[in-house]
Write a protein that binds this ligand. Structure first.
Ligand SMILES: NC(=O)C1=CN([C@@H]2O[C@H](COP(=O)(O)OP(=O)(O)OC[C@H]3O[C@@H](n4cnc5c(N)ncnc54)[C@H](OP(=O)(O)O)[C@@H]3O)[C@@H](O)[C@H]2O)C=CC1
Ligand SMILES: CC(=O)N[C@@H](CCC(=O)OP(=O)(O)O)C(=O)O
Length: 344
């Protein structure tokens, strides 16, 4: 069994890791941290896990206990993995970070967007951006994974085929995205209150969201040059889910876009290109490690519209983190990730 630890076990991505790993045949969760709930049994806080982790208790982060694991997931706010990753790697423990700490290659750009100095710039060169559809082979060899953000996963997957093939004007790409409230984490915040978030919808971060540089970095790699991206996130009254509506201006005659998308993801177990004319729903990916997408060309005009949906907590975070673990340890890519979505 592969021994894993989770730092930040009480948050939404932490409990989602536990839910997925409960079905994983080759992983045992040996340590789970929470400063606020130290001492509490995992299934006392999360009764959905009763019968799965009855011996496991939250504890204060203890570097020695974490270093005894083969891999440690960080399901923590940014800055926490900066502080602990180096020691874990030195002691032979692999690190899979769900936060943004190692996603941007440029430490100065990270500092500008996250409002604090980068805490571990010496690790940036070896960190691998954990989007398996782009970096599968590098992930297999990696010691340190930066799991992509939720919006960046939905947006990059939907635009990759078009940018890699040079079919759209890279200077003008639009990502109009909607997220459920779990995207904001479990901590109490006024915008996440029922009376604030339900029966209403709003954009936020329209003039600059911290996922913008992350998405631009990934799309720039795909396009082999800079990408002019407008990214506007919205908060919607859903619990889980991201819906990305992506717009690009076609250059020249693009050929069969449906075939392009199907071919690009033909070997990808966690991307589902839906039949032409489809409109993927967020509920069709709820709880599942999958990105469903559909490509449209309204009126056969010069605009292509891609619809891309994920569960922010699964393909947008914990499921993708488990996929990375499976690749790093040479396991079946589906291990722990074979459950279909729940509908309704
Ligand atoms: N929610 C989502 O949809 C997604 C989230 N992410 C990223 O994953 C990370 C976790 O997100 P989420 O689960 O939503 O966050 P939550 O706010 O729900 O949970 C955060 C967890 O981190 C722990 N924590 C907080 N501060 C520290 C600290 N200084 N040291 C150690 N542990 C700490 C908390 O427990 P305690 O305070 O008790 O120690 C808690 O368990 C974030 O970086 C987020 O950006 C990525 C993709 C999607
Ligand atoms: C609805 C909401 O607030 N979403 C969060 C993004 C989700 C998240 O946790 O960010 P990472 O994917 O970078 O970890 C936000 O806009 O900051």
């Amino acid at each position: 069994m592969i021994k894993v630890g989770i730092v930040g076990g009480t948050g939404y991505t932490g409990v989602e890791l536990l839910r997925l790993l409960a079905r994983h045949p080759e992983v045992s969760v040996e340590a789970i941290t929470s400063r606020s709930e130290a001492g509490l049994g995992v299934s006392e806080l999360y009764p959905n896990l009763r019968g799965h982790y009855d011996e496991l208790r939250f504890s204060e982060p203890d570097p020695a206990r974490l270093a005894a694991c083969d891999a440690v997931f960080f399901a923590t706010p940014h800055g926490v993995a900066h502080a602990l990753a180096f020691d874990l790697l030195e002691r032979g423990t692999r690190v899979i970070d769900l936060s943004a700490d190692f996603r941007l290659r440029d430490a100065d750009e990270w500092a500008a967007w996250y409002g604090q100095p980068h805490g571990a710039p010496e690790l940036l060169e070896e960190a691998v951006y954990g989007l398996p559809e782009v970096n599968r082979e590098r992930i297999r060899q990696a010691r340190l994974i930066a799991v992509p953000g939720c919006y960046p996963t939905a947006v990059q997957l939907g635009l990759l085929p078009l940018l890699e093939a040079g079919l759209i004007d890279a200077d003008h790409v639009i990502a109009d995205c909607k997220s459920g409230v779990t995207g904001a984490g479990r901590g109490a915040k006024v915008p996440s209150l029922l009376a604030e978030a339900s029966e209403s919808m709003k954009a936020y971060g329209a003039s600059g969201h911290r996922h913008l540089p992350e998405i631009r970095q990934g799309l720039g790699d795909a396009a082999n040059g800079p990408v002019g991206l407008t990214f506007v996130p919205h908060l919607t009254p859903m619990i889980r889910g991201i819906h990305a509506t992506l717009y690009g201006r076609l250059q020249g005659e693009p050929g069969d876009l449906q075939a392009l998308f199907e071919q690009r993801f033909a070997d990808e177990p966690f991307v589902d290109v839906m039949p032409a004319g489809s409109h993927p729903e967020t509920r069709s990916v709820k709880g599942a490690n999958v990105c469903r997408m559909a490509v449209h060309r309204p009126g056969d005009g010069d605009t292509v519209v891609v619809l891309s949906v994920i569960d922010n907590l699964v393909k947008g975070a914990s499921g993708q983190a488990v996929h990375n673990l499976n690749l790093m340890f040479g396991l079946d890519e589906f291990a722990g990730l074979d459950a279909p979505a729940m509908m309704p």
